[in-house]
Design a protein around this ligand. Structure first.
Ligand SMILES: NC(=O)C[C@H](N)C(=O)O
Length: 275
């Protein structure tokens, strides 16, 4: 019955929809509306792979460096999904390092039935939304929009609050035998004033030192191109880059970089908005 609340956010994913109960964990349920960006064939969620049958992942977002991480750590991946890398990273390094190695925009819930743990996390800038509903007696629900949580019913008499999940943080819960949870760790994995851990594996060309105008312009161009390039990981045939009031040079960079890096037969449209 609680699952029907997931229909409140049906507009977030027009491509596919799934409700799934977790085998042997009758208190756990996932509802997912998919906007298919990467691996349309195998990317439905909750994402599960043969290698880790006890892991259940639901996430919203794009992991720009998924390919780099797969190569770097020699992961044996079953799909082309960007999110699959989360499962391998979690298995190898644990939740904190997993979150800090991700270059992208994301909000996730990862259930580990073998260790009876639930993990939540959200990207540094909070680009992807995540709301949490938790009662004092340990009933947990999360959703990309608060409206998916307002009609959740639970055993407590007092109303539980719905709070946005803090960007750049992760939280770990113990999943008790009665299906309730207890928070055991809440930590920041990254803050925007620090160099991100994934920078170690970044492939952006070395920037020249010096503060003369030409060097600075070249460096800006190289960083900007890299920022566009890494976002071109979609398997959709039509993409749209929205640039808010950026100069003609960057407009041109966006279009050229995009055209040179398109996957398969895609087409790119840049829309320039002037604020
Ligand atoms: N769209 C998403 O948020 C998840 C994933 N990147 C996908 O392509 O399905």
């Amino acid at each position: 019955v609680q699952c029907t609340c997931a229909m409140k956010i049906a507009h977030r994913g027009p491509d596919a929809f799934r409700f799934e109960n977790v085998n042997g964990f009758t208190s756990c349920c996932f509802g997912f509306h998919r906007l298919a960006i990467v691996d349309p064939l195998h990317g439905m969620q909750p994402l599960r792979v043969k290698k880790f049958p006890y892991l259940w992942l639901c996430y919203n977002g794009e992991i720009y460096n998924h390919q780099t991480l797969k190569t770097q750590f020699d992961f044996d991946c079953q799909t082309k999904m960007d999110g699959e890398v989360l499962l391998h990273l979690y298995d190898r390094f644990g939740i904190k390092k997993m979150a800090s190695l991700l270059d992208g925009v994301f909000a996730f819930i990862l259930l580990d039935t073998a260790n009876r743990k639930v993990h939540l996390g959200r990207d540094t800038y909070g680009v992807r939304p995540l709301f949490k509903f938790l009662t004092d007696d340990g009933f947990l629900a999360v959703c990309s929009e608060a409206k998916g949580l307002t009609q959740i019913t639970h055993s407590m008499e007092t109303t539980a609050t719905i709070v946005p999940f803090l960007p750049g943080h992760f939280e770990v819960f113990d999943l008790k035998l009665n299906g309730k949870v207890q928070s055991i760790q809440f930590e920041q994995f990254h803050c925007c004033t620090r160099e991100p851990a994934h920078a170690l594996y970044d492939t952006v060309e070395g920037l020249s030192s010096g503060v003369d105008k030409e060097t600075v312009k070249r460096n800006i161009r190289s960083l900007f191109e890299n920022a566009v390039r890494k976002r071109l990981m979609a398997h959709r045939r039509i993409g749209c880059l929205l640039s808010g009031n950026c100069c003609p040079l960057s407009q041109e960079t966006v279009i050229l970089t995009a055209r040179n890096n398109l996957w398969a037969f895609g087409e790119i449209f840049a829309v320039h908005t002037v604020v």
